[in-house]
Design a protein around this ligand. Sequence first.
Ligand code: ADP
Ligand code: MG
Ligand code: ZN
Length: 479
Amino acid sequence: MNPRYEVVIGLEVHVQLTTKTKIFCSCSKDFGQQPNSQTCPVCLGLPGALPVLNKQVVEDAIKAGLATNCQIAPRSIFARKNYFYPDLPKGYQISQFELPICEHGCLKIETEEDGLKKIGITRIHMEEDAGKLLHSDGSSSSVDLNRACTPLLEIVSEPDMRSADDAIAYLKQLHQTVVYLGVCDGNMEEGSFRCDANVSIRPWGQVELGTRAELKNLNSFRLIKQAIEYEVERQADLIDEGGKVVQETRLFDADSGTTRSMRGKEEAHDYRYFPDPDLVPLVVSDDWIAAVRDGLPELPAAKLARYQEELGLPAYDAGVISAEREVAEYFEALVALHGNAKLCANWVMGDVLRSLNEKAIPVTECPVSPEQLAGVLRRIDDNTISGKIAKTVFDEIWQTGKTADQVIDEKGLKQVSDTGAIEAILDEVIAANQGQFEELKGGKEKLVGFFVGQVMKASKGKANPGMVNQLLQKKLSAE
Ligand code: ADP
Ligand code: MG
Ligand code: ZN
């Protein structure tokens, strides 16, 4: 909390969609290709070329709207946003202005100071991206229009956030939501999920909003937090010194951690929005909305609650596992096969995620399938192997792709539960550690662990530890 002023933040997020083709033509959105190779008369803005709306974009917008509790407009309109820039061949961007596809939504975020907090979502609209300018040697620039006409959703929040932490919590949740929905790949560095932050401050108790600055060029959560915090201090210092915040767009500079003016209100564009005569109003039927709703995946917040309530997982485990959709799917497949949710959670959070992280492999390519892992857990349950040997079995499956039973057989990893065999090892261990055995008999209980450990070691982890313990107790009471 800033002690001097109340902070007010509203965010505009641009989400690049994962559709195969562009929003108004059938060109591929495949990037990293030869400049201007993914283009056609429509996305090049050639006169007479007519846009045709990509149905998948509408469907993705509806998904995002439903997942953020928006109302989906039965009828919405595409508008031309007019401005000149060399990366925009038509001289206007097709966007939505009045009557966007989604309005009046919200996301709930967890905050440290105020607990659960509702952040309003003003609107979500569909629009096309512009191309890219390539500045080569300073004397001239080239234009690459491969990105032109790439589908975007713009998600605009209410000015409901009161700190940089609120803003980050909201953004992380929105990011997680669109990635879960599969409508966005979430890559912030590559610009698939970008955010402009509107920041203002006001004296505590004042109802009216202060004048805002809009921050641009923020491409990671860390930089967004840094930029907002810097901007709040800048505005507070300015007002304290008797100055006034002016409404402007400011560019964040990651190297210096500061923001600087890019353009003021006077230079702001007048976009002269008007309905695009080339596109008919978009009509979305109730049936279509219902069908999209039926197809929505269970979202992270719902999973988080269900894992705790139905599966009895601790909040921490539920949070780690529900954070990524593919991890949650792996876990759920495992629980369906094995049943002991806590044991499954331990394995997923432990060996599975650790090994995947070490090797930088996504869970969808995990070399140990849920079926193979369930095979390991079953052999722990029936005492064929100990929990410790199970880790060896897991690693071996990872390397070879075999089943748990194959690995256990071939490597001779079966737990020794044969009383005679274990007793023989125990006798050897006692003989080799007479001194400690005397101390144990004298009441030094701590040494139980030592003896069990020695037997486990001598048996290469294969002795059944429960039986070792029993046999040791038997020997002690017999003495
Ligand atoms: P524009 O399109 O010109 O940026 P909008 O009215 O659409 O203007 O507002 C954009 C964003 O700015 C919204 O997320 C809104 O919540 C936020 N916003 C508006 N006024 C303020 C303010 N005074 N302080 C902080 N954020 C604000
Ligand atoms: Mg804006
Ligand atoms: Zn095209």
